[in-house]
Design a protein around this ligand. Sequence first.
Ligand SMILES: Cc1cc2nc3c(=O)[nH]c(=O)nc-3n(C[C@H](O)[C@H](O)[C@H](O)COP(=O)(O)OP(=O)(O)OC[C@H]3O[C@@H](n4cnc5c(N)ncnc54)[C@H](O)[C@@H]3O)c2cc1C
Length: 432
Amino acid sequence: MQLTGWGRYPIIEASPVTFQDHRSLAARLAETKPLIPYGNGRSYGDSALSSRFVPMRSRDRLLAFDPDSGLLTCEAGVLLSEIIETFLPSGWFLKVTPGTRLITVGGAVAADVHGKNHHQAGCFGDTVESLLLMLADGRIRRCSRKENPELFHATCGGMGLTGVILQVEFYLQPVPSAIIEQATIKTRNLKETFEAFEKYADWPYSVAWIDCLARGAALGRSLLMLGRFAPIGELDYAPRRTKTIPCNFPGFLLKSYSVRAFNSVYYARARSGISLNFVDIDAFFYPLDAISNWNRIYGGSGFVQYQFILPKKHSYTGLEQVLRKIMKTGKGSFLAVLKLYGPANDNYLSFPMEGYSLALDFKIEPGLFALLEQLDEIVLKHKGRLYLAKDARMSRDTFEGGYPQAEAFRSLRTSLGLAGAFNSLQSQRLGL
Ligand SMILES: Cc1cc2nc3c(=O)[nH]c(=O)nc-3n(C[C@H](O)[C@H](O)[C@H](O)COP(=O)(O)OP(=O)(O)OC[C@H]3O[C@@H](n4cnc5c(N)ncnc54)[C@H](O)[C@@H]3O)c2cc1C
C-alpha cells in the first residue's frame, strides 16, 4: 500500500505489521526490523514513514478515569477527539491540545505536542504520569519521571524511535464550559505583535496569524487571538460536521498574488484594536479540522510545513530576517502562525524552548527546498531549531545544530538495542 503523512510528501510503498495483542506484537517485533509505529498520520513529513509500519489506531480503549484527579488511562490509538467527545460533557478537557483533535494519544506523546497554551502549560508530555512502552525485544517497560526516567524523557518527543507506546496515563483539566471567550488584537507590525503577546501572556491561550507577505512598515502585521474558557456556559459538545475538498486544487490558486489578496482581505476584515466574542472549542482550537482533507489544496506534489522556534533573545531579529526572505521570493503561505512558548522541559528531542515559533505552509515546487535551506541557516544562526513532527527534508547538520541532546538520544537507543529496530525515513535521514 501507499503510505504518506499529512503533507503528502513523500509517498512510499509500505506494508503494515499488524497484531492482535501484546504477545503477537512482541513476536512481530522480533521478526521484523526496522519498523516504526504509525498513529493517525497527522505528522506532516516522514517521521511515521517506513517500509514496515505498526498501525496503532485500532488500540482505542479508554481504560480508567479518576474524577478526583482527572487522571485518564487509555490505549495509545485513542484519538484526542474521542477523549473530548467522552469527557467534555462532564466538564473535562485536555490540558494540552495541538491544532487538530485528529491525532492519537501515542502520536501526542511521541511528538510531545504543544498547543496555544505552551507558555503556561508546557507540552503534552508534561501532562503524562506514566506510559507503557514495548521495546524491540518485546519487553514492556513502565516509564515515568520516577521509573525508567531516561526512557520516559526519550519517549516523550522521541518520534516512535524508543519503542511502541501501548498505554498512557495523563491528566485532563476541569473546565467550566465548552465555550471560549476570544479576544482578537490587530497589530500593525512585528514589534506590536511581540508587545501584544507579552502584554497578554496571562491569557492561557494565544496564537497569531501573521501576514507573511506584508512589506515595509507593515512587516509582521498580525491578528493575535487570545482565549480562555468562559466561566459559565453549556458543556454540551458535538463535533462540527466537516466539509471535504473533492479533488487536488490546481496550482495557480496558490500563487503569491492569491495569497497576497487573501491576506489583505483577512487582515482588513478584522476591527482595529481589540474585539471580543465567544466561540465554541472547535472554532477556537481546531479551525482546520472543519475541512477534512484540506491538505489537498496544495495539489498532487504535496506541501511542507516549515515550523521553527527561536529563543526569546533572538526571536525578533530572526523572525524579521525570515519574513524578509520570504517576502522577497514571493512564496507566500496562507497559514503563518506565530506562537509564544514557555521554558523547555527535560525531554531529549522536544521542540519547544522559551521563545517564539513560526509555522508556514509551502506547496512543493521548484526552488522551494533551496529557499528552505536559506531559512535553516537563519534559524541556526539565531540558535533555533525545526520541529520534527513537521519536517520532511532538513539535513543532519541542521538537526544536530538545533538539538544538543541528539547524541545522548542516539547513545540511549544503542544501549537499549533500539537502533536498527525502530527507524523512520526521518531517523535515517537525520542519522538517529
Ligand atoms: C492541522 C494540524 C495541526 C497541527 N497542530 C499542531 C500543533 O498545534 N502543535 C503540535 O505540536 N503539533 C501539531 N500538529 C502535528 C501533530 O500534532 C503531530 O504530528 C502528532 O504527532 C500527530 O499524531 P498522529 O497520531 O497522527 O501520529 P503520526 O503522524 O502517525 O506519527 C507521528 C509520530 O508519532 C509516532 N507514534 C505514533 N503512535 C505511536 C505509538 N503508539 N508509539 C510510539 N510512537 C508513535 C510515529 O512513529 C511518528 O514518529 C498538527 C498537525 C495537523 C495536521
